[in-house]
Design a binder for this molecule. Structure first.
Ligand code: KIV
Length: 275
């Protein structure tokens, strides 16, 4: 059965952990879905792990719709959440609702995610009022990398920690059904999770969150540009893939691939008639 925002609400009430992974294409979405992940996030991390950008800022609405539509076709049960890319919601409440609508109508996502706290409360309210479920995202918000001066842990000082707690409350009040906490000290994330009634989904925020999210290329060892401290490699698929590519190159060069079993037959009689 397709997961919905009600699945998230129930999990929080019943103290059951939620699982979320990113995906950007049909095949991986299908494998994750079959594995039983609760939710799939089409992250704007697509810009870094699929498109090779340095950060997420160049990602466009067209990129997000294209990848979201592919993921949605592969996700039978998981709740599909699509990221709103940089400048698709910061500019105005009108832009936020219009672009959230495109991710639902054209990408077939069931919810959208946007980054920020107090500054996006009006956007969250308006998107929710348009019947589009919203996941918020606070702490290290990668679209603000230039304002932060790098990818840094957030909420360490008393003022910064209090601000994050207040923002989490404001986001809940605005109507978001979940909030991603990225790169937040473990104890603060646990306190926020206790303070609000919507689920917190942590990434680099410790086990006190109501759920976890990881970028699949990170957890499979497929992205080697850098590995944040919070990533656990559940498999080194990158190595397996590299060996497979090397094996293919070797066999083609040697002439051992394709073998007889990979080829199609025809009648010799027909062949003999050719001139
Ligand atoms: O874009 C993304 O993949 C994200 C996750 C890191 C939460 O926002």
């Amino acid at each position: 059965m397709k997961n919905t925002t009600a699945t998230f609400k129930k999990a929080k009430e019943e103290h059951k952990k939620l699982t979320m992974l990113t995906a950007y294409d049909y095949s991986f979405a299908k494998i994750m879905d079959e594995a039983g992940v609760d939710s799939i996030l089409v992250g704007d991390s697509v810009g870094m792990v699929c498109l090779g950008y340095e950060d997420t800022l160049p990602v466009t609405m067209e990129d997000m719709i294209h990848h979201t539509a592919a993921v949605s076709r592969g996700a039978k049960n998981a709740l599909v959440v699509a990221d709103m890319p940089f400048m698709s919601y910061q500019t105005s409440v009108y832009d936020a609702v219009t672009n959230a609508g495109r991710l639902i109508k054209e990408g077939r996502a069931q919810a959208v995610k946007l980054e920020g706290g107090f500054e996006v409360v009006e956007q969250i309210k308006a998107i929710v009022a348009a019947s589009i479920p919203v996941v918020a995202h606070i702490g290290l918000t990668p679209q603000s990398v230039n304002a932060f001066g790098g990818f840094k842990v957030q909420g360490k000082s008393e003022a910064a920690a209090q601000k994050l707690l207040d923002e989490a409350r404001a986001i809940e009040e605005a109507g978001a059904f979940a909030v991603v906490l990225e790169c937040v000290p473990e104890k603060l994330a646990a306190k926020i999770s206790e303070a609000i009634s919507i689920p917190t989904i942590g990434i680099g925020a410790g086990a006190g969150c109501d759920g976890q999210v990881l970028v699949y290329q990170d957890m499979l060892g497929l992205f080697s540009d850098f590995t944040p401290k919070f990533v656990k490699k559940f498999a080194n698929v990158g190595e397996i893939v590299r060996e497979a590519f090397e094996g293919y190159i070797k066999e083609v060069k040697e002439g051992t691939f394709p073998a007889k079993e990979h080829t199609y037959k025809m009648d010799d009689e027909i062949l003999d008639k050719l001139y």
